[in-house]
Design a binder for this molecule. Structure first.
Ligand code: NAI
Ligand code: MG
Length: 492
């Protein structure tokens, strides 16, 4: 496992010489130490990225040439799937099959953006029809410059790829600041970049703390674009800092997404997706459907089956067979979730199952799958992102009521609807004020499709061509046909 910073294609220690602990949340043991990058290291990384962008070869290459390198990165990640997935389990705690899924997706993201880089050779210039004779124009897409990527800990390597791959595909150079809670796989990207032949300075990885390394990356005047995934508070801070230099930003923040289940949904299907929507990845998912609305006629039946199935989820170490719920990321998140559960009880919500640390798992950051019924609509548990395996369920009687309840949130990342009536499902899907909407499922995520939120859930879209556009500027080049004198000052 790497323990240094990756700057200008070299492994270097932090300028301060300091390190910080990498902790396994299944037992709170320190498993490794990595360099604690600070402002001086971020400055070195940004300068390397700046130099690489301004004078290096990366953006001068054709898209097809960049695609060769990106494809190699994807291949190398795919070849190391098992090893990288195990590293992710050690660092994040998630069950191995989830980690394997993440790494396979990560490789897929690099392959996808390799294809888009190639297509850019044809797509980068678009003719524009002008309404005045004698003028012709075209819109040209160009890389935006040095991109600063600040990412969270819930899907460590995958979140790195959502920013690094499209940025590199566009011809940008990147400084990546992974979460201090999960730095391991992001550092491996350095090794992967070297093997793939990425030129000096095109990708730099600086591990370190948020208010230190993260803040200095956000503030750095030589960064042209910031891409952030994480909490609303930090995202809002970054937006304020970016305002000073008018940096381009994209933000993917929190959510409190609703899943609306109509009575014509097969009960077992409903149970599967309600559970997947909140218990997958320990509920540490920005798009988790943490508010579930069930149509009255099937409410009691769904609740009974849900509590039964949730209590059966196998909790344990991410490497143990059959485990579907690992520990939360750290003690602070575990305490935050336990506090939210206590608040929910105090607010008068009915605790249907779970609600505490599972017995026998006191050594790690575990939380039982937890279900609340009848949470008050104006309370914390119904409105605030908990980011753990905690779901609030309520019943509804009309479609209009369900839509109103789903949309009554300061967030608008995702929403889901289940119904056998496809017209109704489509109608409700359109009525949701959210950037990602699922019909008859919750959470499946595709590299080709746009990802991002309405309202406080963020700004901009990642993935697909939208993700590439985040890292492109648009320039117009307009030509005048001199044979027709303009004649404003110089009369022809
Ligand atoms: P955070 O937003 O503070 O951390 C995310 C990233 O931002 C990390 O890399 C961190 O080092 C960096 N960061 C922190 N402070 C910074 C600053 N001042 N300037 C620049 N970068 C900074 O999130 P945290 O504390 O890990 O989790 C808190 C809550 O955020 C969670 O309970 C959850 O509700 C939400 N969250 C949402 C995520 C999402 O996918 N939308 C992912 C992770 C957390
Ligand atoms: Mg960790």
């Amino acid at each position: 496992m790497q323990d240094k910073l990756f700057i200008n294609n070299e492994w270097v220690g932090a300028a301060s010489g300091e390190m910080f602990n990498v902790v396994d949340p299944s037992n709170n043991q320190t498993v490794h130490q990595v360099a604690k990058g600070g402002p001086a290291d971020v400055n070195a990384a940004v300068n390397a990225a700046r130099e690489a962008f301004d004078n290096g070869p990366w953006r001068q290459l054709t898209g097809a040439e960049r695609a060769i390198v990106l494809r190699k990165m994807g291949d190398e990640i795919a070849a190391r799937t098992d090893e990288l997935a195990r590293m992710e389990v050690l660092d994040n705690g998630k069950p191995l099959p989830e980690a394997v899924w993440d790494i396979e997706d990560t490789a897929g993201v690099f392959h996808f953006y390799a294809d888009l880089a190639e297509r850019l050779d044809d797509d980068a210039e678009e003719e524009i029809v002008l309404g005045m004779e004698g003028f012709t124009s075209k819109a040209v897409k160009e890389p935006i410059g040095v991109a600063g990527a600040i990412i969270p800990w819930n899907f460590p390597m995958l979140m790195a790829s959502w920013k690094v791959a499209p940025a590199l595909a566009a011809g940008c150079t990147v400084v990546l600041k992974p979460s201090e809670l999960t730095p391991l796989t992001a550092l491996e990207l350095g090794d992967i970049a070297l093997k793939a032949g990425l030129p000096n300075g095109a990708l730099n990885v600086v591990t370190g703390l948020g208010p230190d390394a993260g803040a200095s990356l956000a503030e750095h005047p030589n960064v042209d674009k910031l891409a952030f995934t994480g909490s609303v508070v930090t995202g809002s801070n970054i937006m304020a800092v970016a305002a000073r230099d008018v940096k381009a930003i994209s933000l993917e923040l929190g959510g409190k997404s609703a899943l609306v289940v109509f009575a014509d949904t097969p009960i077992e299907e409903a149970i599967e997706w309600i559970m997947f929507g909140i218990f997958w990845n320990q509920g540490e998912v920005c798009s988790a459907t943490s508010r579930v609305l069930i149509e009255e006629p099937i409410y009691d039946a769904v609740m009974a089956r849900l509590a039964e199935e949730a209590s059966k989820i196998k909790i344990g170490h991410g490497l143990d067979d059959g485990v579907l719920l690992g520990p939360q990321i750290n003690k602070a998140q575990q305490s935050k979730i336990l506090n939210a559960i206590e608040k929910g009880k105090a607010e008068g919500a009915l605790l249907v199952c779970g609600g505490g640390v599972p017995s026998g798992f006191e050594h790690g950051c575990y939380i039982e799958p937890t279900i609340f019924a009848n949470a008050p609509l104006d309370g914390l548990i119904w409105n605030e992102e908990i980011f753990g395996p905690v779901v609030c369920v309520r019943s509804f009687t009309t479609e209009a009521e369900a839509i109103a309840l789903a949309n009554a949130s300061e967030f608008g990342l995702a929403a889901a609807v289940m119904s056998a009536d496809t017209e109704r499902a489509e109608r409700v899907a359109h009525a949701f004020r959210a950037g990602i909407v699922w019909i008859n499922c919750s959470q499946p995520t595709f590299t080709e499709a746009p990802w991002g939120g309405y309202k406080k859930s963020g700004i901009g879209r990642e993935l697909g061509v939208w993700g590439l556009n985040n890292y492109l500027e648009t320039k117009q080049i307009t030509s005048y046909d001199n044979s027709k004198p303009w004649g404003w000052y110089i009369k022809g």
